[in-house]
Design a protein around this ligand. Structure first.
Ligand code: ADP
Ligand code: MG
Length: 258
């Protein structure tokens, strides 16, 4: 069954068509990679899915519900979480506070009980803290929970972003270039983590990634886009020798070399 079904998605910026009639489906409990040359529209696609950009046309069906024109927090609430190509952490807050902030969408205590700090609110805060700690443990940085986010080494800041996304209890996790800036060992750990997120938490994963080794290692299916359009879809072996894929990448290299 498809957890996400994107149909004929189009996004324009003035005269530029960033996403052009794009359709694809993501199977429940799968790991899929979205790849393509720089400027292909990958991040824009994530931005449409998560409500940061409003697509001009198309449909986004998530767990059978249409997400078009839903606001970002509503989309998070419905079970879609993301991480960013460039880290977006609260640098002056602690690691634990960063993760707890990700959980607000799952809190039920109302504003009045929050202000009065009623028992229900205190119980909920405790639950939030404990679950946030579990998320930190899952990504391997629980021992850093009281440090300020800005004082973590880069690799751990990335882990913190993953923990914060997991804290929203997503059904689908979108990772935008999770391997960017990581060294060889950190990438190996990332591969393990992605597989564990799916296996142990049952979360479906869609990732944008440039490191082809990483892509081929974790994903069962790869979707290739160029100029906002899908040009190929299949397993690593199926797309590796696809002439349109090779041309998309080589063509861009030549342009960039000029
Ligand atoms: N907010 C924006 N305003 C105008 N153009 C944008 C904006 N965001 C992305 N674009 C353009 O849309 C195209 C796709 O960009 P993007 O989705 O970031 O590509 P990718 O993530 O695949 O590298 C690019 O031409 C980019 O310049
Ligand atoms: Mg991008």
């Amino acid at each position: 069954m498809a957890i996400l079904d994107v149909r004929n998605l189009t996004l324009r910026f003035g005269g530029l068509t960033a996403i052009n009639n794009l359709s694809f489906a993501i199977e429940d409990n799968s790991i899929t990679a979205l790849i393509g040359p720089n400027g292909a529209g990958k991040t824009s696609a994530f931005n449409c899915l998560t409500g940061f950009y409003k697509a001009n046309e198309g449909e986004i069906l998530f767990c059978g519900k249409n997400l078009m024109r839903k606001r970002p927090f509503k989309i998070t609430e419905s079970g879609m979480a993301r991480t960013f190509q460039n880290l977006r952490l609260f640098k002056n807050k602690t690691v634990l506070e960063n993760v707890m902030s990700g959980m607000h969408c799952r809190c039920s205590a109302g504003i009045i009980s929050s202000i009065l700090r009623l028992p229900a609110q205190r119980a909920e805060e405790k639950k939030t803290r404990e679950f946030s700690e579990e998320c930190l443990e899952f990504v391997g940085i629980l021992d850093q929970k009281d440090r300020l986010a800005q004082n973590l080494p880069y690799g751990d800041q990335r882990r913190l972003e993953w923990a914060r996304a997991l804290a929203t209890q997503p059904k689908l996790l979108l990772l935008d270039e999770p391997g960017a800036g990581l060294n060889y060992d950190e990438k190996k750990e990332l591969i393990d983590l992605i597989k564990r997120i799916r296996r142990e938490l049952g979360i479906t994963i869609l990732l944008i990634e440039h490191d082809m080794g990483l892509v081929m290692n974790v994903s069962e299916k790869i979707i290739v886009i160029d100029y906002g359009q899908m040009i190929a879809e299949g397993t690593a072996d199926e797309i590796k020798n696809n002439p349109r894929v090779i041309e998309a990448y080589l063509g861009k290299d030549e342009e960039e070399a000029v």
